[in-house]
Design a protein around this ligand. Structure first.
Ligand code: GLN
Length: 274
C-alpha cells in the first residue's frame, strides 16, 4: 500500500510523514531508520490491514491521538478519546506557570483546583509534581477518562462533578485555581483545522460570540470565594482577549493581572493574585 499517496492528498508532505512515522513507531514498533531500510513494507498481512484502517481514519482527519488512544503532555502519556480535548503543547506552559506561582510553598501543602479538567492533563501533571489537586468537570465522560489517567499515572486527585456556570455551594478553598476553559468563538470555527473541528468535543472548545468570556466570569467569580488569601488564578486564554480578561480580573479585585505568551508568541496565559 502506498501510504504517501494515501495521505498526501489530505496532508502536507511533512505532516503526512510525521503521522506515518508515529503510526509505525507506536503501533508496529518500527523506527525512522526501519522505515528508511524499507522494513515497513515487510509487515505482516494482518498489520497491513490494521494500517489500512488507520490510514482511512487519518484521511477523515481523525486526530492521530484518538486513533492511537494517547497524547503525550508534560512528559506523561495520557489516554485520550473523543470525549476529551487532546492536550496541547501550549497548555504545558500553563502547568509551568502554576508551578512558578506556587513559588516556595511546600507542594504537599499547596491545594490546587483545575476547573474543566478534560483528560486531566493539567491536574495530573501538577499532582505528579507533589501538589494537592482537585479537578472539576461537567462531563462525566471526561471525568472517567481523567480518573483512568490519574490511576494509570499514579496521581492522587480529588475529582468533582460540577457545572462551573451553576456551581453548588462548597466551602473548600484552594491556593491556586487553574483552568483551560472553552474559549474559541463560534465565528472562529471556519479558521480551525478539520481534525479539531470535526472530531474534538465542541463542549470543550466553543463559546458563543455573544459572550466569549462566559467561563472566565464564572471561574473568576468562583475563585473569589474559593481562594485562600494571597491565592492565585491562572488561566489559558483566547489570544484575542487579553485586555478583556485583564479587565475582568481587575473588576473582581485581583491585583495586577499579567498576560504571557505561548511558544508561538500568542497571548495565552493570564494570571493574577487575590
Ligand atoms: N487551544 C485550543 C485550540 O485552539 C482550544 C482550547 C480551548 O478552547 N480551551 O484548539
Amino acid at each position: 500500500m502506498n501510504w504517501k499517496q494515501e495521505l498526501e492528498d489530505h496532508y502536507e508532505e511533512r505532516e503526512a510523514y510525521a503521522l506515518y512515522r508515529m503510526v509505525m513507531e507506536e503501533r508496529f514498533g518500527l523506527s525512522h531508520t526501519d522505515i528508511l531500510l524499507g522494513k515497513d513494507s515487510q509487515i505482516s498481512e494482518e498489520k497491513q490491514e490494521q494500517l489500512k484502517e488507520i490510514l482511512e481514519r487519518l484521511k477523515k482527519f481523525e486526530p492521530i491521538q484518538y486513533i492511537l488512544g494517547f497524547a503525550d503532555f508534560y512528559g506523561h502519556r495520557f489516554s485520550v478519546a473523543p470525549g476529551v480535548l487532546i492536550p496541547r503543547p501550549e497548555t504545558e506552559e500553563l502547568v509551568k506557570t502554576v508551578i512558578s506561582l506556587a513559588g516556595d510553598r511546600v507542594p504537599a501543602q499547596t491545594q490546587i483546583l483545575d476547573i474543566g479538567t478534560g483528560s486531566g492533563c493539567i491536574a495530573i501533571s501538577l499532582a505528579l509534581e507533589g501538589y494537592k489537586l482537585s479537578a472539576m468537570d461537567i462531563s462525566e465522560d471526561a471525568l472517567s477518562i481523567a480518573t483512568k489517567n490519574a490511576s494509570n499515572l499514579g496521581a492522587e486527585i480529588s475529582f468533582i462533578h460540577e457545572n462551573i456556570l451553576h456551581p453548588s455551594p462548597c466551602s473548600d478553598k484552594w491556593d491556586i485555581i487553574v483552568s483551560n476553559p472553552p474559549y474559541v468563538c463560534a465565528s472562529e470555527a471556519n479558521n480551525m483545522r478539520f481534525n479539531v473541528l470535526m472530531h474534538e468535543p465542541h463542549i470543550a472548545l466553543f463559546v458563543p460570540d455573544s459572550d466569549p468570556l462566559i467561563f472566565y466570569r464564572a471561574i473568576v467569580s468562583y475563585a473569589l470565594s474559593h481562594l485562600n488569601p494571597g491565592g492565585w488564578i491562572c488561566l489559558e486564554i483566547n489570544q484575542a482577549f487579553p485586555d478583556k480578561i485583564k479587565q475582568l480580573l481587575t473588576s473582581f479585585g485581583f491585583k495586577d493581572p499579567i498576560i504571557i505568551n505561548d511558544q508561538y508568541g500568542k497571548n495565552r496565559i493570564a494570571y493574577a493574585q487575590l
